[in-house]
Design a protein around this ligand. Structure first.
Ligand SMILES: NC(=O)c1ccc[n+]([C@@H]2O[C@H](COP(=O)([O-])OP(=O)(O)OC[C@H]3O[C@@H](n4cnc5c(N)ncnc54)[C@H](OP(=O)(O)O)[C@@H]3O)[C@@H](O)[C@H]2O)c1
Length: 269
């Protein structure tokens, strides 16, 4: 079903499209993007991106241009070239809608307490990957699509860890909290742009396994209890929920929407 946000002729970029939630978002977008759309997927692993593209093509009933762009968000010196590749040949006049989904993220060094992060180089790399790249890529997106003649949507994949502290994850929590506020400000400043911070719930992905094995007993117990109450979601279910929210288009720009706050069929009552 075509919608204002998904097409026809939508430009859509998804960071972290090589696995996990980003792959699920890409595959589900394949069924929704209208004629003349372009889907750009980024990540470090070309192999992962190629597998996502294979799944996208399998799902896609119509012609969809899928472009893979490899790059490491940890390396801020490469952003200029990387972002130019993401938006190569993209012009305001070629698309009716433009959608930027900031999905890529890392947990960082989760063996340390907040008070133990002493190495500024490691901190710079962490925030480059998880915050600076997102801000700079959003700016590039706005330069490529400068006017409201194109319907522009920016999605920040966030986490309830932006609000609730999680032991050993001070970098992750603070990065997500900063992103949430950045996008709230952007929503105020650019009312023509639809901005959504979406918290996808606990997902069965590599990241959740990394969080579980951080070495903190409390965190491990928390994940185990989420698991035993059936609250760990398949990333495809959460991706579908996100795309439905975008398609329904009822959110207020700048909102933080957590899947856990919806009457979601996967959750036990
Ligand atoms: N999993 C959960 O339970 C959960 C809960 C709440 C929120 N979230 C959020 O949901 C989003 C997706 O998480 P996920 O669970 O799908 O994570 P994941 O399985 O670990 O996948 C992370 C993605 O980010 C990319 N990425 C990581 N480091 C990168 C770098 N330096 N440069 C470029 N790309 C990089 C990875 O691609 P490459 O390895 O190919 O670079 C991969 O595609 C994240 O924003 C996460 O914070 C997840």
């Amino acid at each position: 079903m075509a919608s204002a946000v998904f097409g026809p002729a939508t430009f859509c970029a998804v960071t972290g499209g090589s696995r996990g939630l980003g792959r699920s978002i890409a595959v589900l977008l394949a069924g929704r993007l209208g004629h003349g759309s372009r889907l750009v997927l980024t990540g470090r692993s070309l192999q992962g991106l190629q597998e996502t593209k294979r799944q996208v093509k399998e799902k896609c009933r119509k012609e969809l241009e899928v472009k893979l762009v490899t790059g490491d968000m940890e390396d801020s010196t490469a952003y200029h070239a990387h972002f130019c590749d993401i938006f190569a040949d993209a012009k305001q006049g070629d698309f009716n809608s433009a959608l930027m989904i900031h999905n890529a993220a890392t947990t960082g060094d989760a063996t340390k307490k907040a008070s133990e992060h002493s190495d500024p180089q490691i901190l710079t790399k962490y925030y480059d990957t998880n915050l600076t790249s997102v801000i700079a890529l959003t700016s590039k997106f706005m330069k490529v699509f400068p006017s409201a003649a194109v319907r522009r949507t920016v999605v920040n994949i966030t986490s309830d860890s932006a609000i609730y502290p999680l032991a050993n994850h001070s970098l992750y929590c603070s990065g997500k909290a900063a992103r949430n506020m950045f996008f709230k400000v952007m929503a105020e400043e650019d009312p023509d742009v639809r901005v959504l911070s979406y918290s996808p719930g606990a997902l069965d992905t590599d990241m959740l396994q990394a969080v579980r094995s951080c070495g903190n007993k409390g965190v491990e117990d928390l994940i185990n209890s989420i698991e035993s109450s059936g609250m760990i979601l398949n990333p495809a279910d959460s991706a579908e929920h996100l795309l439905n929210l975008l398609q329904e288009d009822k959110f207020q720009s700048g909102d933080f929407l957590d899947i856990c706050n919806f009457d979601y069929p996967c959750y036990p009552t």
